[in-house]
Design a protein around this ligand. Structure first.
Ligand SMILES: Nc1nc2c(ncn2[C@@H]2O[C@H](COP(=O)(O)OP(=O)(O)OP(=O)(O)O)[C@@H](O)[C@H]2O)c(=O)[nH]1
Ligand SMILES: [Mg+2]
Length: 348
């Protein structure tokens, strides 16, 4: 199961208390300051693909600063703690509603560590005549976050339940998504990698950077091809009202926000292609109108069920009125799948 949400409590370290101490021989104040509490940061880790570990451990605490020592020595600062998240993770503060999006790059400070308290040596330097007072350390910042992971995929297979999305993911990639003839077979998004061999490029033999696959071409030339890896996400079926919580709700619409190209799947078994198409587009718009601006390909699935070319021609005409890029496929026909692969490769 894809774990894509969690609630976590994060705490920076408390500052260490200042100490009251005196030099033994001449009685001057010698208590050191407390150490600073560790800060707590969040950073992207490209090797992570789920939030699983954040459902096992719910709270994280950076180390506290140490208490001040004698002989005017300060306590050690607490070390900073950095939590790692998958790319595209969104952290929403449950109180202030501030949202922090983690993209690759610098760690983001979530909670600031508390200052260490002054020991009596510092206090007496700043306030004349006060010798035996020290201050406690300040508490570290505490925050609670709603953590949401949004899938980073190149293409998202979207559509009504039973449109054939998981079947396509399985033939295009090594995924083993469950396929069945009833709605909502897929309850969590499935990911797969489509490997496409790019058109071989002929280049002069000299001074080339090594590519993944090289093989000899005509005399004096080397023919090279490169593998392109395209991440496909099979998004659970959407229905009318999904953006208001119907069916599986809007839980999965957030994943579509991160996808570059939408593969909108409509089964050729449909009674009304325009209505099917508009239902999904309306849900996308209701969730976030920017989703409609994404590059889209209309994938008409299960073309093998059409009994003749006339039926196909009719559907094609309607589809061309809806989208500029239309592809017919059947998982039972390799030629149609190769055409779809070529269309995806040129779109990504
Ligand atoms: N004849 C035919 N049947 C297909 C084709 N693709 C999928 N199917 C069938 O259509 C049914 C639904 O396929 P799925 O891939 O589970 O559909 P889905 O869109 O993932 O459905 P949900 O997960 O419920 O949203 C299954 O019985 C498939 O075997 C196709 O190209 N031709
Ligand atoms: Mg499915």
């Amino acid at each position: 199961m894809l774990i894509d949400e969690a609630i976590i409590l994060v705490e920076a370290g408390d500052g260490g208390d200042g100490r009251v101490a005196f030099f033994p021989n001449y009685g001057k104040p010698a208590g050191g300051d407390g150490g600073r509490g560790g800060d707590l940061y969040a950073v992207v880790d490209p090797n992570l693909s789920t939030l699983l570990k954040y459902t096992r451990t719910l709270s994280y605490h950076a180390p506290d600063g140490q208490v001040g020592r004698s002989s005017t020595k300060n306590g050690k600062d607490g070390e900073n703690l950095t939590l790692r998240f998958p790319i595209g993770t969104l952290l929403i503060d449950t109180v202030t509603h501030e949202s922090i999006e983690l993209t690759q790059g610098k760690p983001v400070l979530l909670c600031k560590g508390g200052q260490g308290g002054w020991g009596n040596a510092s206090v007496s330097r700043k306030n004349q005549g006060v010798f035996s007072t020290a201050y406690p350390g300040k508490p570290g910042q505490k925050r609670k976050f709603h953590v949401i992971m949004r899938l980073i995929a190149d293409c998202g297979l979207i559509g009504l339940p039973n449109a054939g999305k998981s079947s396509l993911l399985n033939v295009l990639t090594d995924a083993h998504a469950k396929v069945a003839n009833y709605p909502f077979t897929t309850l969590e998004p499935n990911l797969g990698i489509l490997k496409v061999q790019s058109t071989p490029l002929r280049q002069d033999f000299e001074g080339q950077a090594p590519l993944r696959q090289d093989f000899e071409g005509q005399a004096g030339q080397k023919v090279q091809s490169e593998e392109k890896r395209i991440i496909l996400a099979d998004i659970p079926g959407l229905i009318e009202g999904a953006s208001e919580g119907k069916g599986l709700g809007d839980k999965f619409l957030k994943h579509i926000e991160k996808v570059r190209v939408l593969l909108h799947c409509i089964s050729c078994e449909t009674a009304d292609m325009v209505a099917d198409y508009q239902k999904i587009r309306q849900e996308l718009a209701a969730y976030n109108p920017d989703l409609l601006k994404k590059q889209e390909m209309l994938v008409l699935t299960k073309v093998d069920v059409l009994c003749d070319d006339t039926a196909r021609f009719k559907l094609e005409k309607i589809a061309q009125g809806l989208a500029s890029n239309v592809v017919f496929v059947s998982v039972l026909d390799d030629t149609t799948i190769s055409r779809l692969v070529a269309a995806i490769a040129s779109a990504c």
